[in-house]
Design a protein around this ligand. Structure first.
Ligand SMILES: Cc1cc2nc3c(=O)[nH]c(=O)nc-3n(C[C@H](O)[C@H](O)[C@H](O)COP(=O)(O)O)c2cc1C
Length: 387
């Protein structure tokens, strides 16, 4: 395999003092919003709420997050069958594509970073596609776009594309080749010809060159093979709790988990940052927040909870192996439930545990984001968590 070792990686966007990524990394704790571009968001519950998957709703959330000073918004990607994951809500049957959504959001926003999750092994994509499409979006967004590289953990997804499921660690080896080629295409000022184990290129060339070396690279993982991939390529690793959704279990488990990811970055001379996804239920008091949480759980869409648990049982992801089905009613990776002081304290604890940033989800996004902006953000500033 000749992957042109003579051609170094493009400079990283974080190495430019004026890049959107550098601005985000300068915050004590990066702040992102996990957009609900899929029906039901993260929570298979029938408790009434405003949250919808529609573009207009998500565009309003993005503009609100930008006005509040959030650093990034993020959309997940999944390929879900008719009926979604089940239940009366047909959980996640509808979802916007995060790549196309980010393109539209790029034109509406000015400052916030937009991350799209992409299954690079489905189709298959060719690295030349993403080099061209990504550089185009990078220019539309003024260097504010990034890709969250995922390889597909769910066996039902690749067969939709007429493909067989690829073994877990092999997926990361394929992703490594894909991303290596992608970076060469973004870097090279000449045609690129190479013959990899999975992709070939002859006199391939992609212009424009991205604004800050290359788009932002993110990957979402919880396994050693995924850490190795992130260590080589990603600016940010999107992590979850290795000890399930309960904060009291997650906080003691995170430092070792994060140390392993950071070590994977250092092996390649890189400073890999981490982003974690707390699901925040915040009300004026702890008691009100717990009361709201209880209503969300009492009104679970049980068919969807069971269907989503079955979906995860079939998958080979290491990232959520300790999340229990009942934790999936509220959803997200870590639950933070309480009043503004409690929530701020726990966000500080996540920072102390080694997290560099938060990718927040809510149950009822519009009012909950407004409440967070009014009541929690000022406390985060006071606590030195935000500039
Ligand atoms: C926080 C987080 C977010 C993820 N988001 C997605 C996603 O949007 N779509 C997807 O197909 N996989 C997603 N994944 C799954 C991973 O990309 C990966 O395929 C899965 O976790 C299996 O790899 P692992 O064993 O390295 O964790 C996510 C994983 C984590 C930890």
């Amino acid at each position: 395999m000749d992957l042109r070792p003579d051609l170094p990686d493009p400079p990283e966007p974080g190495s430019f003092g004026d890049s959107p990524l550098s601005r985000a990394l300068a915050q004590p704790l990066m702040l992102g919003l996990f957009l609900p571009i899929q029906s039901g968001g993260w929570s298979p519950s029938l408790e009434p709420r405003s949250t919808t998957w529609t573009f207009d709703y998500n565009a309003e959330l993005t503009l609100r997050a930008e006005a509040l000073g959030f650093d990034l918004v993020f959309g997940l990607a999944e390929w879900v069958r008719h009926g979604g994951y089940g239940g009366v809500s047909r959980f996640r049957e509808e979802s916007l594509d995060p790549f196309i959504t980010a393109t539209a959001l790029a034109a509406l926003t000015k400052r916030i970073i937009l991350i799209s999750t992409i299954h690079i092994l489905y189709g298959p994509w060719h690295p030349l596609h993403l080099a061209k499409f990504g550089a185009t979006l990078d220019h539309i967004a003024g260097g504010r776009w990034g890709v969250n590289v995922v390889t597909g953990y769910a066996p039902r997804e690749p067969v939709m594309f007429g493909m067989q499921k690829v073994e877990h660690d092999l997926r990361y080896r394929m992703a490594d080749e894909f991303t290596t080629i992608l970076k060469k295409l973004w870097r090279s000022s000449e045609n690129v010809s190479l013959s990899g184990a999975y992709w070939q290129l002859e006199d391939a060339f992609a212009r424009p060159q991205p604004r800050f070396g290359r788009p932002i690279l993110v990957s979402a993982t919880g396994s050693p093979a995924g850490f190795d991939y992130a260590g080589r390529h990603s600016d940010i690793a999107f992590i979850t709790s290795p000890a399930g959704a309960k904060l009291e279990n997650a906080l003691p488990a995170l430092p070792d988990h994060i140390a392993a990811i950071k070590a994977a970055g250092r092996k390649h001379g890189r400073d890999l940052r981490t982003l974690i996804n707390p699901m925040i239920v915040c009300r004026d008091t702890d008691a009100e927040a717990w009361d709201y949480y209880d209503r969300i759980v009492r009104n679970a869409d049980q068919g969807a909870v069971d269907g989503y648990a079955r979906h995860h049982a079939l998958a080979d992801s290491k990232a959520w192996k300790n999340h229990r089905p009942q934790d999936r009613i509220l959803g997200g990776n870590i639950h933070i439930i309480g009043g503004p002081d409690y929530v701020t304290e726990q966000l500080a604890n996540l920072k102390s545990a080694g997290c560099d940033g938060l990718q927040i989800s809510f149950y009822d996004f519009q009012p909950d984001l407004d409440f967070f902006g009014k009541r929690v953000l000022p406390l985060m500033r006071q606590a030195g968590l935000r500039n």
